[in-house]
Design a protein around this ligand. Structure first.
Ligand code: ADP
Length: 320
């Protein structure tokens, strides 16, 4: 069940009500599709299935961004690769719930692979022995197939991913979400409510136009009680590979991610520079850690990932 958002219509019947999404007061509410799909009601049997299927996954992390194009999918894949590379005994998986624009098969270099169904569910596609990925991209016939799905269908797909994929014994499940706050976010926060989300990582670029939308993302996390692990700023600076001059392509006129983290009391996990080689590497599905070992992105990325590990595993040690 999701909390009723603050901007809910005045006569909102409540997300658990039989009338949710169906009465005139729901017209125009951003949650109408999800409510009418039934996903928000406590009785959804999918909730128990998801909880059972994900109970052996230790840490569940959502990667969010206010805007598209800020590097959320790239950073999801980089975090997953770094977590897996850092410790071969650590099992990591990426779940791409960006149903209308799945990019993980491409950036993780497994475009065109097929998912297989076995007695224990769908098997994710393996990128490395300890890194796997599941995405709607594997199910579409063509990469260019536009997925124009309404809320209930998206919700059903997300439920299936969460409850029917054989994740095995996972340490980290990292969910790449669409930009903004949409049906997908509400579905995932609803289904993960019982099993618990370890936290969200919010990706932004330094300019105010991106930060404005990040504030909405922070608000969303508060409303659905998802803790925020921290903010990552992407494309903060560009260091010219020839003359080594550093320039700010997207100037942080209002203080960028760092200032936002201070204002909102959320940890600033770090910033990644803009590196054209990284963009090419990801577009070609190559592993930046092995293909571009001198990229300025790598030390920044490793520092961010160490902070994430400490927040997840450190917190667990403290609580046990
Ligand atoms: P989003 O998921 O937020 O829509 P993407 O991860 O798809 O954004 O990134 C958009 C584009 O920017 C991609 O072509 C990606 O390779 C590129 N990109 C992302 N981060 C960087 C970076 N730090 N340096 C260079 N290019 C980047």
């Amino acid at each position: 069940m999701v909390d009723v958002p603050a901007e809910a219509p005045e006569h909102c019947p409540g997300t658990e009500s039989e009338d949710a999404g169906k009465v005139s007061a729901c017209a125009g509410c951003p949650n109408q599709n999800l409510c009418s799909s039934g996903a928000t009601k406590q009785t959804d049997p999918g909730l128990a299935l998801v909880t059972a299927n994900l109970s052996s996954v230790k840490y569940k992390i959502l990667v969010l961004s206010g805007k598209g194009g800020v590097g959320k999918s790239t950073i999801t894949s980089l975090i997953a690769r770094t977590l897996a590379d850092d410790n071969i005994d650590r099992n990591v998986s990426v779940l791409d719930i960006d149903i209308c624009g799945p990019s993980q098969p491409r950036v993780l270099g497994v475009l065109g692979e097929q998912v297989h169904m076995s007695g224990s569910g769908w098997s994710p596609v393996y990128v490395e022995d300890n890194l796997s990925v599941m995405s709607i991209g594997f199910i579409l016939e063509k990469e260019s197939d536009a997925v124009i799905w309404r809320g209930p269908k998206k919700n059903g797909m997300i439920r299936q991913f969460l409850s029917e994929v054989d994740w095995g014994n996972l340490d980290y499940l990292i969910l790449d979400t669409p930009p903004g706050t949409s049906d997908e976010h509400l579905s995932v926060s609803t289904y993960l409510k019982e099993v618990g989300v370890t936290g969200a990582i919010i990706v932004t670029t330094p300019q105010e136009v991106a930060l404005l939308d990040v504030r909405k993302e922070i608000d969303f996390c508060k409303k659905v009680s998802i803790p925020i692990l921290g903010i990552v700023e992407n494309m903060s600076i560009f260091v010219c590979p020839n003359c080594k001059t550093s320039s700010e392509i997207f100037p942080a006129l209002t203080g960028g991610g760092q200032k936002l983290s201070e204002e909102s009391n959320i940890e600033f996990l770090g910033s990644l520079p803009l590196d054209p080689l990284l963009a090419r590497c990801c577009d070609e599905g190559n592993n930046v850690l092995t293909e571009c070992p001198n990229s300025p992105v790598i030390p920044a990325l490793k520092s961010i990932v160490q902070k994430i590990i400490k927040k997840c595993e450190g917190d667990k040690e403290n609580s046990s």
